[in-house]
Design a protein around this ligand. Structure first.
Ligand SMILES: [Zn+2]
Length: 118
């Protein structure tokens, strides 16, 4: 497999974390434009919105986690959460499936799309 798959919850968590850093960075850049009130205000607002949206993303992860299926990874024996029909292990990125029909098949993110459920 050319593409390395990673756990969806981990992926969203990384995204939320990077949003916080981007938001802080934008606000920090805004400080350099102290002379220009408009640029400073805009960068402060954008930075603030980025931090706020990361909170929303974190909340979203919490909601998704309740829907995820807890499984024990057959490859590293650790507990992980499977989101959707196919997902990767949080610890070792072992592709996992909760659907018996897909067992043994090549891992494909497309299995999570509703249109492929035929
Ligand atoms: Zn694992």
């Amino acid at each position: 497999m050319a593409i390395k798959y990673s756990n969806k919850i981990n992926k969203i968590r990384t995204f939320a974390l990077s949003l916080v850093f981007i938001g802080i960075l934008i606000m920090y850049i805004g400080i350099f434009f102290r002379g220009n009130a408009i640029i400073m205000t805009i960068s402060m607002i954008i930075g603030f919105l980025a931090v706020i949206s990361s909170t929303v993303v974190y909340f979203f992860i919490g909601m998704l986690s309740t829907r995820a299926v807890p499984v024990q990874c057959p490859s590293c024996d650790k507990h992980t959460k499977v989101l959707g029909r196919v997902d990767a292990c949080m610890h070792c990125n072992q592709p996992l499936t909760v659907d018996k029909d897909l067992e043994g098949l090549d891992f494909d993110e497309n299995y999570n799309r509703k249109s492929s459920k035929t």
